[in-house]
Structures are given as C-alpha cells and as structure tokens.
Ligand binder design. Sequence first.
Ligand code: DP6
Length: 330
Amino acid sequence: MKKLYKATAKSPANIAFIKYWGKKDPQINLPFNNSISMNLSHCFTVTTVEFVKRFRKDRVFINDKEVFAGKKDRVVNILNIVRKMAKIDWKARVVSQNNFPADAGIASSASGFSALALAASKAAGLDLTLKELSILARFGSGSACRSVIDGFAEWKKGKDSQTSFAVQLAPLEFWNLIDIVVVMAKEKKKISTTEGHAAALTSPHYKTRLKELKARIKNLRETFLKKQFKKFGELIEEETISLHIIAMTSNPPIFYWDKGTMVVINELYNWREEGFLAYFTIDAGPNVHVICRQKDERKVNQRLKELPEVLFTIVNHPAKGSRLVEKHLF
Ligand code: DP6
C-alpha cells in the first residue's frame, strides 16, 4: 500500500499563569525564565500537513486564506526542520483552522505551532517523543511548547535548545480551574508579541522582574499544588502586573490595556469585597482572562457578559495537549 505523507493534529491555546516575556535567544525562542500554563478547552487549532513529491513549493492556508510562505516564514522554518530530521526534501501543503475568531485577541501561535509540529512530524513519518515535540513547537512560537503537554505545563527555560522544553505540572483532572476569556471591543492597533519580547529588555525594571520571579514561580507552584485558590489568584495577578510594568516601561513604551481592561479589573475587585473570588491574567492585548473555580463559573460568566464593554466571552476548562485526529482538512 502507498504510504500517505499526510497527518492532522488538534492542539489547544494555553493561558500562562507565569509568563514568558523577553528572549535570551530570539533565533530559537529561548526564554529568560520558566513559565507555567493551562491548556484551554475551547480555543484550539486543527492543522493538516501533507508532503508531496511533485509539489514545487510550500503552500500555507490559515483560516481559508493563503499566507505568504517565504524562506523566513515561521511555518516554513518548522517544515524545514522536520524535513531535515526525516531526511526528505518534498514540499508541503499546510491547512490550518482556528475554532476561535481571529479578532478575539487570543494568540493563535501556541495552538497553531503545536498543531503544526505534531502534524508535520507525523506526516514526514517521524515518531517524536513529547520532549522532542515540545522543542520543535518552541521553534515556531515559544508558548507553543507548553500546548503539547496535557493539562498544566511548566516550560523549563533550560540552557540551550535541547534543554528548553515543557513538562507536565499536573494532569487536567487535577484542578478544574476555569478561564473565561473576556473579549472587549477593539480600540487600537495591536502591538505584536514579537515587538513586546524585543522591547522587554530595554525596560530598566527587567532585571528586577527576573529576580522576583524566582520566589514567585516557587510560590505559584506550591499554591497550585495545594489548590490554595486565593493565594494562587493573588500571585497570577502580581505576575500579570509585573509583565505589564515591563511593557509600559520598555522603549518605546507599550500599553496593552485599555478602558475595558480596567473596567473588568475593577469589577473583580468589587466582587472580592462581597467575598466572591475571581482573578485576572492578561497577555499581550487588552482582553482579560478571568480565572475562577468551577462552582462560580456561571455567575462569573453572567456578570462579565452584562458589562457594556464586553463583546463576548469564551469559557475554558483545562484541556489535553496536542493530539492526532483522523479527519483531514483536505
Ligand atoms: C504574553 O509565544 O507568542 O502570551 O515566541 O515570539 O511566538 P513568540 O512569542 P509568544 O509569546 C507569548 C507571550 C505571552 C506570555 C506567555 O504566553 O507566556
């Protein structure tokens, strides 16, 4: 039977409780610090990759649109690494679909590159270990190395490419934390994470952040493993503020938050006075991820949706990491 050089993978986005911000080596996405995350059940990418001998060039389609796949493209970079590992030189067709809206402000790079890493390596006939897959995904996007792992992951910063990958911190059944992504009306142009990572090193506070992170990572791991929700929530907020202090004090300064971001933060503070606990974490954009416990999910979601600044919400539970699926996109 003819061997099929085609595979499809499904992979989740993830939310970082401890964040990757600033690159030690931008060529291979080496971070300055460990980061900790949870996979999101309702934000994922499905990607099909096929290598065909007669193809003359790589072609990449994302959400039904063909994107330019030049030599420097991050997708082509992953394909090249895979071709080298598998010792093939065939070009590929890549088709990728996100289940969440492109303007939802949820980074699709983590789900996208982790799905690509699994689909491309399988299509090329490789059987990578989780570690190898995490490293391969990292070349596409740093945060993607965490999406490969089931449930909750810690990306160990490592010393070099081979030692920088994610491992499991806890399986998804460990703690049913909820992440409600609060999508707000867009007010300004987004500044890319790539720009943010590069600018981070210009902040006079970056060294302080790295120093503080040692204790924060240890405390976060501990409170997470003991399921101490209040302390855990306070730490993820402290971490978010730390990242955004770096962004705002970078050269040039980057303000990811807008009016709606502050409205949600203030709401969460008010609820806490009622004894009702939910906490925020925010990536490189204005949308807020509200972390709460399962028992509060409905009430939190309801209240968030009532805010005039909120366009819609996406409710996520912890999810599995990258998986192969049978149904191809083409
Ligand atoms: C704020 O992984 O998107 O979401 O490696 O350049 O693709 P690249 O960056 P990316 O950065 C994620 C930044 C963050 C924090 C995090 O997810 O850890």
